[in-house]
Design a protein around this ligand. Structure first.
Ligand code: ATP
Length: 267
């Protein structure tokens, strides 16, 4: 896997993201088109937020969306994990923050993604106190340098927005807050379809219907990925057990019965 902080254009496409249409529209206006149609925004003097905070329960697509935005815009993506900045560079985390932003400027247009950003940004005077306080100040300084941040869009992600220092949520910093919810019945179907895009799903399987089922209630996107994976594994094992393997003319697909097995296992 890639080294942390490595920049590249991610290969996650919008088709890989299920549901979340409103978020997509927002990010299209706020980031993608600002990169792909820079002149238009300049011509009309449109000035918009460059810092975003995605918040919501784990496994619902925050990282996935951020990558898809970068892919769509043809922009570089830098993935920073909040807790790692703290742990890896004890005593040097302020320098680390400066380095991260300077690297982002070098590879603009770029999406700078801070996963678990709350680790860097807990309210001053709580947990970790001193170290986090200085780190937070450095982060605020870098975020405020928006003028020099041309082509760098910052997206933070957190499951615990309430733990974040409110200073971070001001305009120009992580100024635009966007909620990424647990999927509802229809969205679950759309997520299953997105996840199944490159898998041999039997034509008898109705993924939208599976999404609406009670067994899927309260499942996150990450849980649904586990369902698909279980179903795929069940189908694969059946093929192996049959002993026909690659000599068989039969096409092997992931069938409704495999999904039933998977759902039982997950719930
Ligand atoms: P965390 O808060 O735990 O970091 P997250 O919200 O960033 O979670 P992701 O890392 O984006 O969640 O999602 C984890 C995995 O779950 C994805 O790689 C994907 O397989 C699946 N997934 C989650 N949400 C979606 C979605 N909306 N569409 C398709 N797949 C999804």
């Amino acid at each position: 896997s890639r080294r942390e902080g490595f920049s590249a254009i991610p290969n996650v496409k919008w088709e890989d993201v299920g549901g979340l249409d409103l978020l997509r529209k927002e990010f299209d206006r706020y980031i993608v088109r600002r990169i792909t149609h820079r002149e238009d925004y300049a011509e009309f003097g449109v000035d918009l937020e460059t810092g975003f905070l995605l918040y919501g329960p784990p496994g619902c697509g925050k990282t996935l969306i951020a990558k898809a935005i970068a892919n769509e815009a043809g922009a570089n993506f830098i993935h920073i994990k909040g807790p790692e900045v703290l742990n890896k560079y004890v005593g040097e985390s302020e320098l680390a923050v400066r380095t991260i932003f300077s690297r982002a400027r070098t590879c603009a247009p770029c999406i700078l993604f801070f996963d678990e950003v709350d680790a860097l940004a807990t309210k001053r005077g709580t947990e970790g106190g001193w170290v986090v306080g200085r780190l937070l100040n450095q982060l605020l300084i870098e975020l405020d340098g928006a003028g020099q941040r041309k082509g760098v869009f910052v997206i933070g992600a957190t499951n615990r927005p309430k733990d974040m220092d409110p200073a971070l949520l001001r305009p120009g910093r992580f100024g635009k807050l966007l909620y990424v919810p647990l999927p509802g019945p229809e969205e679950r179907g759309l997520i299953l379809k997105a996840l199944a895009r490159n898998k041999p799903i039997d034509e008898d399987v109705d993924l939208m219907d599976i999404g609406r089922r009670e067994a899927c209630e309260n499942l996150s996107g990450a849980d649904l990925a586990a369902v698909i994976n279980e179903a795929a594994m069940a189908a694969m094992e059946e093929k192996h057990v049959s002993g026909l393997g690659s000599y068989s003319m039969k096409t092997w697909t992931i069938k409704a019965a495999h999904f039933e097995q998977a759902l039982k296992k997950i719930s």
